[in-house]
Design a protein around this ligand. Structure first.
Ligand code: TMP
Length: 226
């Protein structure tokens, strides 16, 4: 059987990554508002999740005990549904897709964090994504100790968030390796800065991409200003 493919992309695909507690999620909505105010059709979504099926897989993933291969199979199953039903159609009609986590998280958490076979993850990536990759990945980077303090201050921990600091140090290293391997795609944001400075850096990283002008007309609409 030939590899199932996706329709050609006319939009752009931006992903947000970082260890739990880096604070990325609070910036995605602000970035979406900023891009919408400049004329982009923005689709805001997340992984695991983004479709009814993938959201159900997310619940299992976050709360049931399982080994690293099962984790990888679940996130890639969720990803396949999400890509087919939401991401690929949005990119085909020219939208700017902002996705809270994607496959770099699998390499960082299951690969570097759990020590799972990277070659197996790469094979799953090939099958599931059929060549589809983000155009830009904003990596919110912060020391695992600071991330743990932030998590403790705001929420009760899910299964992955209960991992120790050594786990998150490996996950952070995993992101660093992914960024090193794809420097043109990655933008590292220093997430230890103030919220305003992090937001400004994230916006600057998106605005500086030459293709951003194609997904937005660049004209700020005063009544929609973020
Ligand atoms: P979130 O808290 O950013 O919504 O992410 C859910 C958790 O799932 C987070 O701890 C990271 C983890 N995760 C993986 O372990 N592998 C993956 O492929 C993805 C997308 C998330």
């Amino acid at each position: 059987m030939s590899q199932p493919s996706f329709p050609p992309a006319h939009g752009r695909f931006v992903t947000f990554e970082g260890i739990d507690g880096a604070g990325k999620s609070s910036h995605i909505e602000a970035l979406a508002e900023w891009a919408r105010a400049r004329g982009a059709e923005v689709v805001l979504t997340r992984e695991p999740g983004g479709t009814p099926l993938a959201e159900r897989l997310r619940e299992l993933f976050l709360h049931e005990g399982m080994d690293a291969l099962t984790e990888a199979l679940l996130v890639f199953a969720a990803r396949r549904d999400h890509l087919s039903r939401v991401i690929a159609p949005a990119l085909a009609r020219g939208a700017l897709v902002l996705c809270d986590r994607f496959t770099d998280a699998t390499f960082a958490y299951q690969g570097a964090g759990r020590g799972f076979d990277l070659a197996v993850l790469a094979q799953l990536e090939t099958w599931v994504q059929a060549g589809r990759q983000p155009d830009l990945t904003l990596w919110f980077d912060v020391h695992p100790g600071e991330a743990a303090r932030r998590r403790a201050a705001v929420r009760s921990a899910d299964r992955l968030e209960r991992e120790d600091e050594a786990f998150f140090a490996r996950v952070r290293d995993g992101y660093a390796q992914r960024a090193h391997a794809a420097p043109a795609r990655f933008a590292r944001i220093d997430a230890a800065q103030t919220r305003e400075a992090v937001r400004a850096d994230a916006i600057a990283a998106l605005a500086s991409r030459p293709w951003f002008a194609d997904t937005a007309d660049g004209q700020e609409r005063p009544d929609e200003r973020a």
